[in-house]
Write a new protein. Sequence first.
Lengths: 333, 306
Amino acid sequence: MTSLQHGAPPSPPPGSEGGAGTRPPDPDRARARRSQMWTRLDIRTSPYLFITPFFLLFGVFGLFPLLYTVWVSLHDWSLIGGNEGFAGLDNYVRLVGDEKFWNALYNTLGIFAIAVVPQLLLALLLADTLNRRIRMANVFRMTLILPYITSIAALAIVFSVVFGGEQFGLINQVLSALGLDPVAWQAERYWSWTAIATMIDWRWTGYNALIYLAAMQSVPKDVYEAADLDGASRLRQFVQITVPLLRPTIIFTVIISTIGQMQLFTEPTIFGNNGYAGGSQGQFQTVMMLVFQETFDYQNFGYAAAVSWVLFLIVVVMGLINVWLTSRIKGAE
Amino acid sequence: MTATIIKEPTPPRASQNRRRPQRSRPGARLRRMRQATPLTYFALLLTFVLSVFPLWWMIVVATRTTSAASQFPPALLPGGNFFNNVERLFANNSANFLTGLMNSIIASTSVAVSVVFFCSLAGFALAKLQFKGRGFFTVAVVVTMAVPVQIGLVPLLILMDWLNWRGELQSVIVPFMVSGFGVFLMRQYVLQTIPDDLMEAARIDGCSTFRIYWSVVLPALRPAMVVLGLLTFMQTWNEFIWALAVLTPDNPTVQFSIQQLNESAYSRDFALMFTGATFATLPLLIIFFVFGRQLVGRIMEGAIKA
């Protein structure tokens, strides 16, 4: 690989139009030979030169850090002191007994669950709604991806004010206008999860709806026609035709959401506004926030790396479970 | 992660997808079934309001004073305090907002250009050039798309220390200069748009491989390049976690900068925070209004192949 890196893209690989050196003895033949050589070299090496930047950069900044995480996690490693010696599995032993880790994992999975289930259900219903003859279909489709396009941090700030803990938050004002008690959005664990899940769903529901809509449009219309002839109701058609036919797409969105939500960080961090602690009692500290806390507040790189690596394994396992479920469902059909 | 979601491009289909969802197929029954009811419009309108309100309210508060954020019923029309807020925003010491804005513009643009260039180069090679290991490298690219790189955060920080890049702008640029998603997207597009004959003709004319890429492939790739460039720009603009980890408050990106406002506003100056948030969203909104239809098309095309 190293022999390939110099000569990377900016400088074009030797072209055939080279060979400027016209020497006195038999210039034409020499040039022809030279250009043939260049062409052969070009054809042989260019493909590798072209893919080298990608694999080189991914290797250095993507793959290496991921693998090196394992190495760091086996050491005592601090921000200032650097590597302070081999620690074996100490970091992992600590992790297993660390209440904060289990708390963070519980929060991450909990927020994931209460975010993703309503999100995908709503997205399905929304897609079904849009899959009709409607006026201004394009406007409504654009609306769906508007939240997806906005800045996560900016909207997390806005939502944090909407869910303001004090009675001044917009939602609490609505609640008291309705004669209900204001909710302690930050202090109560499950309410804080709800607030964070709302931010996530606001962003992703429309996006997923658009994906479902595309899949629905590729379902042959005759299927519905036949069902209609049989007198099946709209609801029945939705449950018995649309959803089963969309299963691969649904599973795809579940996998993507899993990978994304396991690394949840921005929304709860901005919502909490108390560093990486995730609320006064860590009631909404996610695993990724714990990684940040260990890294920056306690400067414990080794332990942070161990937590990261376990998170990675959890993502992989959840992905595999999804794939396994998919193949089982397919097999059963 | 946004990038990985959009799966596979099918460029030539674009026109097909823009076609109305209901092909004018005869059959009154079908038409009846797919007809929208008032309930449909109610649901869509509700979705519209819920999607737009947070954004709209952000802009409204940004044009008013902080008290507008806790007003009930909520303020719905812009006020006249916007320029005052902007002035205070750029003068704010803890946010370094101007630096953040410039940094984000530089970083997002360079990452977008670089991703488009390197990914089209690699995508072209994987689609059209003959070489040993092509299949292997193609699969490798797909695998990299599934790797959650964020998880390598700690070693990446250590790496940045080794390079002395912590706090420097290149730390949020260089690690993102390529993307597996981009390579894959470009490969598919090249496969579908560049005929082999064209390549051979160029080769017979004595074009070098790079020349073929530059003068034959790149012009044909323009539509895909625009979409990849936009998506990459948006993603880099939006990047928060890594910027927070590797940069410092005196040299932030715009997202980091508004987080500084969020954290340091002891008096909870909502008007100031929302003005910052509006600026942090503005380029994305511009992209949305100019290219929204293309982005919708891309997401939907990707979904069909998924």
